[in-house]
Structure formats: C-alpha cells, structure tokens
Design a protein around this ligand. Sequence first.
Ligand code: NAD
Length: 367
Amino acid sequence: MNGNNIGGNGGGGGAARRYRIALIPGDGIGNEVVPEGQRVLEAAARRYGFELTWQHFDWSCERFAKTGRMMPEDGLDRLRLFDAIYLGAVGYPGVPDHVSLWGLLIPIRRGFRQYINLRPVRLLQGVETPLKDRRPGDIDFYVVRENNEGEYSEIGGRMYEGTELEMAVQQAMFTRQGCDRVMRYAFELARTRKKHVSSATKSNGIIHSMPYWDERFAAIASEYPDIKTDQYHIDILTAHFVRHPDWFDVVVASNLFGDILSDLGPAVVGSIGIAPGGNINPEKDYPSMFEPVHGSAPDIAGKGIANPIGQIWSGAMMLDHLGERDAAAAIERAIEVVLAAGQPRTPDLGGNATTADLGRAITEALG
Ligand SMILES: NC(=O)c1ccc[n+]([C@@H]2O[C@H](COP(=O)([O-])OP(=O)(O)OC[C@H]3O[C@@H](n4cnc5c(N)ncnc54)[C@H](O)[C@@H]3O)[C@@H](O)[C@H]2O)c1
C-alpha cells in the first residue's frame, strides 16, 4: 500500500484504457472468491476510468474428470492475447495435486515466462498475528521466488520400479540467466523500498547449485552498491521469519525455498485467506497471472464463507502490473480500511460474515 488516497486521481486521461482479462476460477473456493475479486475490480475500473473485459475459462479438476485434461491442448494459445490472467485456485480431492499443478499452473507459469513469483507479506491493522507483540509496520516485506526452474524441474525419472532396486532421481537446474533475472528483479524492487535484499541459500548442504546461487547473488549485488545485502541458510531463515520478521525488506529465493517461505510469510501475518500473489513476466512479452496464495480449500468450499481478500488483493497487484497504479493502491487501501474497522469478518478472521459480505464492504470502501 503506497499511501495513495482512495479518492486519488485515475491514471492518465484521454481514450478509455481497456484490458482483456482471462478468468480461471478453477476449483472449490476459487469459484466463490473470484466473483468478489471481479466485483471490486469492476468498481475500481468505473472509478478510475478504464475498462475490463473478461473471458471465462472452465479449466479445473472438474474439467479434468470429464475430459482427462485440466485445459485444452491449445490452452496457452488461447490465453496468449490477454493482458493478464486472473486465477482462483486449482486442486480437488480425487485428482492428484501433481496433475492439477502440472496440467495447468506450471505450463502457464513456464510457457509465459512468468519467472517471478511475487508475494507481499504485510501485517495489516485489524488482523491478528500469531506472533507476540508485533504491530502493523513491523512486518512488511516481499518474497521474490524464482518461478521457472530450480528444484521444480522435469528432469529425472524412476528405474527398477516395483523391485527392491527401485529408485527415483530428481534433477534441480539453476541457469545463469534464471538466477540473474530473478535476483535483478529483487534488487530493482528493493530500490523502490528499504534498499535491502536477503538471499535464501543452503550452500552448506547442497554442494553444487547453492554455492552457484550465492556466486550469482554476489555478482548481481555488485551491480547495486546502494542496496544492503545478506544471506541466510533456509533453515535458520525460516526461524528468523518467525522471530525477526522486521529484519526483512525483499527476500529472494529459489523455486522450492521461495515456495516454502511464501507460505510461511502469510502465516506470520494472519490468515492465509488474505495473502495475494503474482506470477509475473516482467518484460510483458506474455500475460502475467495473478492468484491468491491459498488453494481451493475443499473443507470450506460451497459454504460461502471463504475470505476473498487474497483474491481481491491479487487483483490489485494485477492492476498495478497493468499500469493502473492509483486504482491498485485504492483497492489495497479499501482492504485496510475494512480490516481496521473490524467488520465484516469471515470465520477465518473470527467473524461470521460471508464471502460476499466482505467483497461488498471492500467495494463500498472504494467509494
Ligand atoms: N495455486 C493453487 O491453485 C493452489 C495453491 C495451494 C493449494 N492448492 C490446492 O488446493 C487444494 C487444497 O490444498 P490445501 O488444503 O493444502 O490448502 P488450502 O489453501 O486450500 O487450505 C488450507 C487451509 O486454509 C483454509 N483456507 C484457505 N483459503 C482460505 C480462504 N480464502 N478463507 C478462509 N480459509 C481459507 C482452508 O479452509 C484450509 O483449512 C489441494 O488440491 C492443493 O493442491 C492449489
């Protein structure tokens, strides 16, 4: 939240700005929180003088059960011409999680070179943190996760299956281009903030890839003498997230370490239902994809009680990426206003409001 007023001026004048958004609600609560995201984004569009056009795609585990595919074979071609993708969550009991992930999310993240996974971690007023004596302002950092390579590679296989010689090999992959671009992104982001980048490593235990990661971090850091740096092994870093979350500004991490940190981060600032995320192609050669950190939450799906804030805040990140900075800041501010007011609250925040109650309240707070 960059402090802009809710009533601030829309970005630019002249001809209406139009953005084509591919909408993939997915499974479970994705179908409940996405409409609230749309409601708020539509209100922001009206207020700030731009237009959003939506095209709905039913790509999901439900579709997989009917057709054997999470998305059609030409799925990426269908998405390519959109300005952005707004996703709920995929995954549902009965369909193995690796099918939903590798059948939809990962092909989109890789095919569209969304090599940045960006997740803000911010303690907001009105949200209880499990950490003692922490207040809003104490916790405010970003996790920048490498999103295209690293430990999540397809290289590997199994041999001697079903025998006692059975084995599995999984190859991690760290390229110079892959390391450098995610690190540069982190340094550029830090330049707009508190000028501090922390690197997640494990070069004491992982003997090839992590010393290489450290080497590239040192090389990229030398291009940014104005930015303070440090690095921590992932094990102690997780402890610092809990004990000293105020130490961090921008944390850059490989795919696996970033995945873990970017769930731990939201956990220390309250409900997972609030946390937003973006899968970003910074060059804008391809559409970027915005989705909350949480999954499809089968345990509460269909009850209308999911917290829509993670979805709505992801929408604000989408508008920011599209250049609608004032509208994005206004949505973030509206979320803060509603949370600080203490109601309405969904059950994960200790209340008994519905998903739609919270969506409507945030829309109203936009003014
Ligand atoms: N990006 C994605 O699409 C994504 C991310 C994570 C998990 N998943 C998938 O979602 C399914 C369920 O996974 P999980 O249970 O590990 O994680 P989850 O995030 O769906 O749920 C974890 C817990 O948090 C609660 N929760 C999550 N979002 C909430 C919200 N908005 N409001 C209130 N409570 C909320 C749930 O009720 C549950 O108790 C799995 O199939 C998994 O693969 C998908």
